[in-house]
Design a protein around this ligand. Sequence first.
Ligand code: FES
Ligand SMILES: [Fe+2]
Length: 426
Amino acid sequence: MRQEDNELLTRTDAGTPMGEMFRRYWLPAMLDSELPEPDCPPVRLKLLGERLIAFRDSDGKLGLIDEFCAHRGVSLWFGRNEECGLRCPYHGWKFDVTGQCTEVPSEPEESGYAKKIKLKSYPLREAGGVLWAYMGPPEEEPPLPGFEWTGLGPKHRYFSKRLQECNWLQAFEGGIDSAHVSWLHSADLHKDPLHRQTKGANYQKDRKPSFEILESDGGLYIAARRDAEEGHYYWRITQYIMPFYTMIPPYGGNALNGHAWVPIDDENCFAWTFTYHPARELTGHEVEVMDGGGGIHVKYVPGTFRPLANKDNDYMMDRAAQKAGETYSGIRGIAIQDASLQESMGPIVDRTKENLCTTDNAIILARSRLRKAALALRDKGQAPPGVAPHCHAVRPATYVLPDKDSFLSVEERALHAKAGTEPVAI
Ligand code: FES
Ligand SMILES: [Fe+2]
């Protein structure tokens, strides 16, 4: 890859082609539990390189505004959230959820001084347990996303987010790289309580998958084919939805899993994990496993979204477990296995030095779709794919088919989300 393309794909500050494109989508910004009630503490939030403050006012309204007071730049994280606004504790200026300054106590009210002051602000909306931010031009604001899980009740879903200390793109690329599962996560497929004892885990012994990748409305269908019984193939279909959503092919009767890789800035991202089951509530056992950092969730440094196993402690590498094959890399936990290797590439991996091979086709096509869309927006003002809610109503799936059948022969039943129906998984 040329350095200029690496720059184009990885930089998401305002004014960059990719940054402007990301600003056309609703972004998963916070868990609803981060702003649980009116007048609760405000929360610092950095998204696409912009430092912001999120708060819920006395009426329960959500606000996402510039972090810094318009007077002399104090962080409003120190603010008092009271009487329908956030008041800066330095000199008492007050701002509402739209960023409008409502009070400058030192000036006479009739001067109208406060009315002239407004902080930058963005819409923040609640749907499906997530608070979504839209940072693009107001006239282009799309409807809220239509993921299957945004319509499910709280007992059907379990969401988490974790800090990943590298650029969003190399994290995302792990999510569409179906080939690494047979290596990095091989031991976990047979040990993790939410993966083991499924037929699918056994088929992954074939470490030479072939790929078929097709464009879907909002992204890509990434189909990995491995040998199954005589005359049959085992298919794993990953969904990629623009710009940064991936849905992982499921295992047996377990819940479905999806990710979003949301840039905090160019060297950090939030890895969101959405675990859900469209046809049943999650079991107490599943929730307990995930609370304990199992499945593809993690344990945290208390009070933060930083994983307990992180680069400062070498991700708690266990060389004995690596040697004994208890874990393939020596790192425990599927999510931390990914994070450790992706962070090890450096904050932004130098893609001019890569040597790609056939199993990287999904990555090549996703990069190309992202690049084309960002340039089409910049040069022709063309809206990017994957914004419309119907693009989100898809499912990942796993199945075995006779070797003469195309993986799309079961598209309608397996790859489209239909409320209340069982996912197709083996
Ligand atoms: S800096 Fe905020 S009120 Fe003065
Ligand atoms: Fe992985």
